[in-house]
Each structure stands twice: as C-alpha cells, then as structure tokens.
Design a protein around this ligand. Structure first.
Ligand SMILES: *[C@@H]1O[C@H](CO)[C@@H](O)[C@H](O)[C@H]1NC(C)=O
Ligand SMILES: *[C@@H]1O[C@H](CO)[C@@H](O)[C@H](O)[C@H]1NC(C)=O
Ligand SMILES: *[C@@H]1O[C@H](CO)[C@@H](O)[C@H](O)[C@H]1NC(C)=O
Ligand SMILES: *[C@@H]1O[C@H](CO)[C@@H](O)[C@H](O)[C@H]1NC(C)=O
Ligand SMILES: *[C@@H]1O[C@H](CO)[C@@H](O)[C@H](O)[C@H]1NC(C)=O
Length: 420
C-alpha cells in the first residue's frame, strides 16, 4: 500500500508539473544533483595542497591511511562528510577546485579550505577564505554556462546541493592568537559578523541559482584535544563555548529568515521555488560521543589518535608543522578524534548515517527509507533529506497532496516517511 499510494503521488506530481520535462534538458537527463562544497577542514578534500600554507596542510602520512591508503589533503584518516554524501548519491568523489587536472564541474566541486572562516581575517593569507571560495564558485558557474546552455546550467545549479561547514575557525583562531578582536566585540557582536558574512555568501549563491543548502553547525571546538591541551589545561576551554552556542542558535534563525526573504523565484517546478535548507547537528553529534564514547563504539576521547603533547593535543600529526615528533595510536577505531581537532572516518560515517537516515532531531524524511520503498527519483529524495519539519509540512501538507490527487496519506514525524 505504501508503494502504491506514493507512486500515485509522484505520477500526479509529474503530470501536473509541465516544467519538469521542459527543465530537465537532454545532457543532464538522469543527472543526480551536484554537490558544491564550502568551508573549512571538516570538508577540505585537498584545496590547501595547492596554496602557500604550512600549518593547514594534511597531504602527508598518516593522513588518509585508513581509506585512501595515501594522503589526499583531508584532515582525517579517511573520508569526510561530503565524500560519503557523494557516495550515497552515487556520484564520484567531488574533487578540490584547485586540483589542476580538474575541469569537470557538472558533478559539483569542493572549494573548502582548512583553517578558513567566514571572516577574511581568519588565518588571512594562508587559507582560502569564504569570499574567495564564492569567487571560485562564480567562476565555475561561468564555465558551466559556457559548456552547457543557460537552461541546463540553471537546472543544474538549482538542483545542486550547497554544503557548508563554516565558523569554527572564526571563533577558535582569535583565542589561539590572543587576538584583540575578542576584546573589541561582545560574543554576540562577533557572532553577528560571522553570520553576516555567511549570509552574504548564501545570498550570492542564491542569486546565481542555488536553492538547496545544507549546513553543519559548529562542533564543540572547546572540547577537542587541541583546545584541552593548548588552552584549557586539560579541561574543555569554556571561553569559546558561548560563541559556538550562540552561532549554533543564530544559524537556523538566519536560515528561517532567509527562507521568507528569498522567494518569488519564477521557476514553477515546485522544488525550485524557494530557499531550502537543513542544519545538521554536528555539535550534539560529537558532544554525545565526547560524553559517552563507549555507547558509540569508541574507547578514547580525551586524547587524539595522532599528535603530540598532552592528549596529543598539539596539531603535529605527520610531523610537518614545525613539531617533527608525533605519536600515532595503534587502533584508530577507538578514537573520537584522529588528530587533535578532527574526527576520524569512523565518526564521519556515523554522522552521515545519522543525517542520511533522518533520525537527527531537526531532520525529517529518511532517504534510505524513501529509496527502499519507492522508485522515487534522486532529486525528490534529496529534497526530503534536506527539509526541516515545517518546510516539509508546508510542501507536502495534506491539502496540497489532495490537490495533487493523493488520497492516502498521513502526517509524519521525524524519521518517518510521510506517506503510508
Ligand atoms: C609562501 O609563504 C612564505 C611565508 O609566509 C613566504 O615567505 C613565501 O614567499 C611564500 N611563497 C609564495 C610563492 O608566495
Ligand atoms: C576560472 O577558471 C579558469 C578555467 O579553469 C581558470 O583558468 C581561471 O584561473 C579561473 N579563475 C578564477 C578566478 O578562479
Ligand atoms: C593576551 O593579550 C592581552 C592584551 O594584549 C594580554 O594582557 C594577555 O596577557 C595576553 N594573554 C596571553 C595568554 O598571551
Ligand atoms: C563581515 O566581516 C567583516 C570583518 O571581516 C566586517 O567588517 C563586516 O561588517 C562583516 N559583514 C557583515 C555583513 O556582517
Ligand atoms: C580496534 O578497535 C575497535 C573498536 O574498539 C575494535 O572493534 C577492533 O577489534 C580493534 N581492532 C584491533 C586490531 O584491535
């Protein structure tokens, strides 16, 4: 029954959405939504290999040892969140923008740069800040327009998912460098600058055609081995916490506001209409593992697997950031942190599964369930994956379902399919 009623809905959607056929141009037929990736070391797949930076590189062993068997520039032993999302979507790994032989952008591209933030001042000169990442994206959209026609490019950009991990460095770096900025602004004001700069970037991407945005909120940076060892004297460095908590509170508020501002888009195919977003709770995900490692299959959370000094909290993993000596654990599977600030592949995978399966609080709809139980097309499935509750209700309210001819439906809660 499940299957049947949902198929009926889909069928009706398709026949009433004339634009669907018009807007899925030949070249991009069956093309799954591209991924454009922005942000910091949580997402950087190797852009920093190509810039003049020493501290924020990870292109030497033991980085990459678990999955790739060679270093790629990722700050982990293996794959990162966007790598798994690409896999889920059956896309190839999304390459770093600066990788020289990379000229194929139709699957998306990764602009993230370890050490970067939303503010240009954050590690200025040794990272690719978010504004520059945006400039690169604009370049890519131009190149796409040269290669595809306008309609196809619009189609590609509006179906694409824009993933962000931004802000952690904006808050951590001033503490690490004892910057005077901390005394010039209240924490609310400072968060306002970060959120303000992020807002401009989102709006620019929207202007170019982006519609579907996914954000990781900021992880508990005050409780990483690095913060504990360098700033906290063994304890979590609580001075950063108000910044992180306020940021994580402001981010969904901002997105909610943008959703009401950024509408009136003239495409009539329903999922292209307005701004869609999802905030993935990376903070609570890691916080739970820091507090109860055993419950999630980890043994060690105070100390990093790779690094030196107390708790291996000095970011010397690989021995090429000024400190040559470092220690490497025997079994990375036991650790919540691979180096002093970054989770290992095992934790990244757990986070993807939580996000993908839709049991994570703000997320609704489970892509996996949708996939299994119907022949839903990728884009619609991804749309569900990227909705938060109120949007879902709005888009798929009983009334609108009925207006599309569906008669069998029921309301849903987190993690449940919306049809029966
Ligand atoms: C790279 O950075 C170092 C240190 O800041 C500087 O001395 C060097 O000139 C830079 N190299 C290039 C090619 O920009
Ligand atoms: C834009 O892309 C072209 C082709 O890849 C490249 O030659 C050029 O340097 C890029 N410009 C910027 C600003 O990234
Ligand atoms: C940070 O800077 C302030 C003002 O310049 C100074 O008083 C303080 O001692 C510095 N703290 C550290 C840990 O260097
Ligand atoms: C962006 O950040 C800069 C500091 O880098 C700040 O001066 C500016 O006001 C911020 N912009 C917004 C819109 O908040
Ligand atoms: C590594 O740790 C994991 C998680 O505790 C455990 O399941 C696995 O058996 C360990 N592997 C070895 C070789 O000890």
């Amino acid at each position: 029954m499940r299957k049947l009623s949902f198929r009926i809905c889909l069928f009706v959607f398709c026949t009433t959405s004339v634009v669907l056929t018009d807007a899925s141009p030949g070249l991009l037929k069956n093309h799954v939504p591209s991924l454009f990736i922005f942000g910091d070391s949580i997402f950087d797949a190797g852009n920093n290999n190509y810039i003049n930076t020493t501290f924020y590189k990870a292109n030497y062993p033991p980085y990459g040892e678990t999955f790739f068997k060679h270093p790629t520039g990722r700050f982990s032993d293996g794959r990162l969140f966007p790598d798994f999302i690409a896999e889920c979507e059956k896309l190839p790994l999304i390459p770093p923008y600066l990788q020289p032989q990379n000229h194929e952008f139709t699957n998306g591209v990764n602009f993230a740069s370890a050490g970067s933030g939303a503010l240009v001042e954050t590690n200025q000169g040794i990272v690719i800040d978010l504004k520059t990442q945006l400039a690169y994206f604009k370049n890519v959209s131009r190149l796409l327009r040269q290669k595809l026609d306008g309609a196809q490019t619009n189609y590609l950009l509006s179906r694409a998912v824009y993933l962000f991990s931004v802000g952690g460095n904006d808050y951590a770096v001033p503490f690490l460098t004892n910057s005077s900025v901390l005394r010039s602004y209240s924490h609310q004001q400072f968060v306002g600058l970060v959120i303000g700069n992020l807002t401009s970037v989102i709006k620019e991407i929207y202007k170019i055609g982006g519609r579907k945005f996914g954000f990781l909120n900021i992880l508990p940076i005050s409780c990483t081995p690095a913060a504990k060892a360098i700033l906290g004297g063994g304890k979590c460095f609580e001075q950063i916490t108000p910044y992180v908590k306020f940021h994580n509170k402001q981010l969904p508020k901002l997105l909610h506001k943008l959703r009401s501002e950024l509408k009136g888009f003239k495409y009539s195919f329903f999922f292209m209409k307005g701004f869609k977003y999802s905030v993935l709770p990376f903070y609570s995900f890691l916080d739970h593992r820091i507090k109860h490692p055993n419950k999630y299959g980890f043994k060690e959370v105070k100390s990093a697997c790779c690094g030196s000094g107390p708790y291996r909290g000095i970011l010397s993993c690989g021995g090429k950031r000024g400190v040559t000596e470092y220690f490497l654990c025997e079994n990375v599977s036991e650790y919540v942190f691979f180096d002093s600030a970054h989770p290992p592949e095992k934790a990244n995978l757990q986070f993807v599964k939580q996000s993908w399966n839709g049991n994570s609080g703000r997320l609704t709809g489970s892509l996996a369930t949708m996939r299994k139980s119907s022949r839903i097309d990728d884009d619609r499935a991804l749309l569900l994956f990227l909705q938060i509750d109120d949007e879902m209700i709005e888009l798929f309210s009983s009334k609108s379902l009925m207006s599309y001819g569906c008669r069998k439906f029921r309301s849903f809660s987190t993690g449940q399919a919306l049809y029966s």
